[in-house]
Design a protein around this ligand. Structure first.
Ligand code: FPP
Length: 249
């Protein structure tokens, strides 16, 4: 049996798979600490797990997998750790690009890429370019991303367009605002159906503040490097048990 069939087999066909899953991959540092290793060893293991979970999500029929890989607040970490995190995309795409291509995965990035170190920015934008014609799951990396910064950025561009007359400020509505967010490129798939945060913390931490308005949230106790395909399947089953009402009855 292929791995894709094996992943699917574990899910009852009656179960509704979220179209867009967003994950706050937390607990790398604690995973490493428990093993007596430096924090960066946790990030490295976490990076390898991105490949495992992205492949499984793609096999399960997820359309968009958004991963919070580096926040606008993470720059305040020790420079050794920041430098390591900035090297992860180089390592990740250098190692896994053939697998992503084989899976027909399309890489996207949501974040302020202009502010990344040259090498990181180049490698990320190249991954986006090299997979732009792929038609499978979108693997959306939130890298140098912050929800408030994103909303301010959208508000500024709407203000500029209002002042220069290219839009009528009276016509600003949900959909126009959403199109000015960094996730505008995801169109009607921009809002996650399910948010998963690993490691037991129960916070949003400035992730997709606008887009999470009606998302179901699952807080999984597993540290990200240990988060397995079985954990993902359990969290999808939990999503399926929820009753989404979007403010209605
Ligand atoms: C939070 O754990 C995790 C991060 C800040 C980094 C997440 C990045 C990865 C999992 C790898 C990303 C992969 C690519 C390809 C860019 P933490 O350090 O806050 O853990 P702690 O709360 O236990 O200290």
């Amino acid at each position: 049996m292929s791995m894709a069939e094996d992943n699917k087999r574990q899910l009852d066909p009656e179960i509704s798979v979220p179209k867009h899953i967003a994950i706050i991959m937390d607990g790398n540092g604690r995973w490493a600490k428990e093993k007596g290793q430096p924090r960066i060893a946790g990030h490295k293991e976490g990076m390898n797990n991105v490949k495992t979970i992205a492949t499984a999500a793609s096999h399960l029929g997820v359309k968009v997998l958004s991963l919070y890989a580096f926040s606008t607040e993470n720059w305040s970490r020790p420079s050794k750790e920041v430098n390591f995190l900035m090297r992860l995309p180089v390592d990740f795409f250098g190692t896994f690009m053939p697998d992503l291509i084989k899976e027909n995965i399309k890489v996207m990035v949501t974040g302020f890429t202009d502010h990344l170190p040259d090498r990181t920015r180049k490698v990320v934008l190249k991954a986006v370019e090299d997979t732009k014609d792929n038609t499978g799951m979108i693997l959306n990396f939130a890298f140098n991303y912050g929800g408030r910064a994103e909303i301010i950025h959208a508000a500024k561009s709407l203000a500029i367009e209002s002042v220069n007359g290219s839009i009528d400020p009276d016509k600003i509505d949900d959909s126009m605002f959403a199109n000015h967010l960094l996730t505008g490129q995801l169109g009607d798939l921009a809002d996650p159906d399910l948010l998963i945060r690993t490691s037991g913390e129960e916070r949003i931490s400035n992730f997709m503040l606008w887009q999470l308005a009606y998302s179901e949230m699952v807080f999984d106790k597993t540290y990200w490097p240990n988060y397995s395909v079985d954990n993902l399947i359990e969290d999808i089953k939990e999503f399926d048990r929820r009753d989404r009402r979007y403010g209605s009855v």
